[in-house]
Design a protein around this ligand. Structure first.
Ligand code: ADP
Ligand code: MG
Length: 238
């Protein structure tokens, strides 16, 4: 059970309040997409869920356990960033397996899990290549492979496709939807792309200045936006 529950979450950087009293429940196995203008706190929120950023007030729970930034990364949360930072000197295979090596798994355990991750992303033909020998889309697939290999209960994606060209974005979006069906893990996804939001999400959360403006299914927000701000992010009917 890995419901993600945010209760009264506050975040400030010094005097700057970035998130204010935010409440949200994300169901186990669901796909939630965050949209909102640049600077409204989406990345900060993901980092707090990942335990990478101290919370100023309130709490975040995953599967009933309170997220504590001091805890190690083995909480079953993996994050994929916009700027995939692959290790340039390592092959694709080594990049995907790196976290497992750090976690102390043996060679055959690592090989099995890396092979499974590579298969689900069609990375097998690229396993011996270095990042410099890959296209942008291939690199992003490797970055997703590094997340998958850890079998996380919760995937956090921060604008993972925004550096890719339009055509590649479409195929990667289909890839991510397929992964969600295959893995059944909870996925939390930030994007600027309306099509990604509308097609991937079970629930869309529209954020504005550190607060939730509206949340609901893509259909509900499309049919019944509470205001022009939400309509602008979702695409108003007609
Ligand atoms: P978004 O991802 O929605 O664009 P962010 O979460 O990155 O927004 O940022 C929200 C606000 O917090 C912005 O005003 C940003 O400048 C500020 N901010 C983000 N990270 C830091 C930081 N480490 N120190 C100070 N301010 C920050
Ligand atoms: Mg951001």
């Amino acid at each position: 059970m890995a419901d993600v529950v945010l209760s009264n979450v506050d975040k400030s950087y010094g005097a700057l309040e970035v998130i204010g009293g935010l409440n949200l429940s994300i169901e186990d196995g669901s796909f939630t997409v965050f949209v909102g203008p640049s600077g409204c706190g989406k990345s900060t929120l993901l980092r707090m869920i990942a335990g990478l950023e101290p919370i100023s007030g309130g709490e975040v729970q995953i599967g009933g356990r309170r997220v504590n930034e001091a805890e190690p990364i083995e909480r079953g949360v993996a994050m994929v960033f916009q700027n995939y930072a692959l290790y340039p000197h390592m092959s694709v295979e080594q990049n995907i397996g790196f976290s497992l090596r750090m976690a102390g798994l043996n060679r055959s355990q690592i090989a099995t899990r890396v092979a499974a991750a590579a298969a689900s992303l069609q990375l097998e033909p690229l396993m011996k290549r270095k990042p410099a020998e890959l296209s942008g889309g291939q690199r992003q697939r490797v970055a997703i492979g590094r997340a998958i290999v850890r079998n996380p209960e919760v995937f956090l994606f921060d604008e993972p496709l925004s550096n890719l060209d339009a055509e590649l974005r479409v195929s990667m979006r289909v890839e991510i939807a397929k992964l969600h069906r295959q893995l059944g893990s909870t996925m939390i996804y930030v994007t600027h792309d309306q099509t990604e939001a509308m097609t991937l999400a079970d629930k869309i959360v529209v954020m504005r200045a550190g607060k939730i403006e509206q949340e609901g299914t893509p259909e509900a927000l499309y049919e019944d936006p509470v205001n022009m701000f939400v309509a602008g992010f979702i695409g108003s009917p007609r």
